[in-house]
Design a protein around this ligand. Structure first.
Ligand code: CDP
Ligand code: MG
Length: 442
């Protein structure tokens, strides 16, 4: 039986996935086996075609296909359903697969940009067939938008759990503010990003090493401008941002304008022109060039990280379920979890930095008053994200500045403030080793 995570994983498979959605009482469609086999052989050189079966009864998202008396075939590219065929319609299945493979070939040959999934693409793909990158480039998307309303109703019927509302089609992109601009006009550029409607989902200020610059810009190392770029990127701290918003990738790139400063200056409204630094001959702002690149670049700067988290005894007694729910909703995976009453020694270790402070004794008493829920959480940028979800140390402040945070909602007072989280990756590693490592042997 296919589980939810296997389904999610399957959607992430590179290339094209053809999914036979079947009913438990009749099993996967036998009538179509020969056709699928033939397609597999026809396109075996491309190595992009995959087949999967999924039982409709088994997965919530396939609910609309339950009790259907005909097989349904879903076609999936980069995790998006781009076409659907009901019944064993061999010519249509063949045509759909062929069209999709041809697009993949062009993308592989660099003749086409990878797929563009606009907020409307799923809706459009359902109503007008497969949207190809050409359609987007040639502006045909607008031409067919009138059918959106109608199509969106149909789509909502077929895919109640697939994203039909725009909110969930929000994209992410990576933005880099290079050292010179960061030094001279930090507040201005950050304000500008917000004014343009982006949300800053993650940010990190880092001093890049030469190696990191070479790795990140590996496609540029042979260019004659690379030495200047390298020099600039290692001249001071860089600010990397994960920006989210509707069509964030193209929105941000369009705002940036042309790559070279000379070209950018012909378009004085472009951000690269406005935020040029006179003494530096290269532009000061970077943006990912596609959604796929954005994910790769984000992975580079915000790799999966672990943090140490704990639900303090008071809250573990009264709000455990609610807090765990918030953790999961925020997208953390809980790599390790146990309930344990901390010893005084452990509490003192987690709060080593606070030894000698006036609240230290109370803190140790409070932390050892009963069982805590001790966890290792994993997510990109986990340390920072968990601190944001916790909110400020003092719940009164949390209610003001971050009313959605866990401390705003569940903390009792500044001492008994529901949760703990490491303040940096080094602390996190130490606490994890201490709580789950060799000292856990007994
Ligand atoms: O927990 P967080 O990292 O947000 O704050 P902290 O400054 O590292 O302090 C550790 C813990 O000490 C807090 O979570 C509070 O339980 C306690 N504390 C307190 O009782 N009174 C203060 N003025 C500051 C901290
Ligand atoms: Mg702390």
């Amino acid at each position: 039986k296919m589980l939810k995570y296997e389904w999610d994983e399957m959607l992430q498979t590179q290339g094209i996935v053809v999914i036979d959605v079947y009913q438990s009482w009749c099993g996967p469609c036998k009538a179509v086996l020969n056709l699928l086999r033939k397609l597999r052989i026809d396109f075996s050189d491309d190595d992009v075609l995959h087949f999967a079966v999924a039982e409709a009864d088994n997965l919530e998202c396939l609910k609309p296909f339950r009790k259907s008396c005909e097989p349904v075939f879903l076609f999936c590219v980069y995790g998006k359903i781009v076409a659907i065929v009901r019944g064993v319609n061999a010519p249509l299945i063949t045509k759909t697969v062929t069209d999709l493979v041809l697009v993949e070939r062009k993308i592989a040959a660099g003749e086409q940009e990878p797929y563009y999934f606009s907020p409307f693409s799923e809706i459009l793909t359902y109503s007008v067939g497969i949207i190809k990158p050409d359609d987007v480039a040639e502006g045909r998307v607008n031409e067919i938008k009138h059918s959106v309303e109608d199509a969106s109703r149909q789509l909502a019927f077929f895919f109640p759990n697939f994203n039909v509302n725009e909110e969930e089609h929000v994209e992410r992109t990576l933005a880099i503010i290079r050292p010179s601009l960061l030094k001279e006009r930090r507040d201005s550029i950050i304000q500008r990003i917000k004014d343009d409607g982006f949300r800053i989902a993650m940010q990190k200020e880092i001093m890049l090493s030469e190696d990191q610059v070479r790795t990140f810009y590996k496609e540029h190392v042979d260019q004659d401008y690379f030495p200047v770029l390298l020099d600039q990127m290692t001249s001071g701290p860089t600010l990397v941002l994960a920006l989210t918003g509707e069509n964030a990738v193209s929105h941000w790139r369009n705002l940036l304008g042309p790559k070279t400063l000379e070209e950018a200056k012909e378009n004085p409204e472009s951000l690269r022109a406005r935020y040029a630094i006179d003494s530096v001959p290269i532009n000061q702002l970077h943006g990912s060039s596609s959604a796929v690149d954005a994910e790769k670049e984000l992975e580079f700067f915000f790799p999966e990280e672990k943090t140490f988290a704990l639900i303090k005894p008071d809250a573990a007694k009264t709000h455990k379920e609610e807090i765990m729910k918030r953790v999961k909703q925020a997208g953390f995976s809980i790599s390790k979890v146990k309930e344990q009453a901390l010893t005084r020694e452990m509490a003192a270790q987690f709060y080593k930095d606070h030894e000698g402070k006036p609240f230290f004794e109370d803190l140790v008493n409070c932390m050892t008053a009963g069982p805590s829920v001790v966890m290792v959480l994993s997510k990109e940028n986990a340390v920072e994200e968990w601190r944001q979800l916790m909110g400020p140390t003092d719940p009164e402040e949390a209610k003001k500045v971050s009313p959605e945070s866990i401390r705003a909602q569940f903390a009792h007072d500044i001492l008994s403030n529901a949760v703990h989280g490491s303040s940096n990756p080094e602390h996190a590693m130490k606490s994890i080793a201490f709580a789950f490592g060799e000292l856990d042997a007994d």
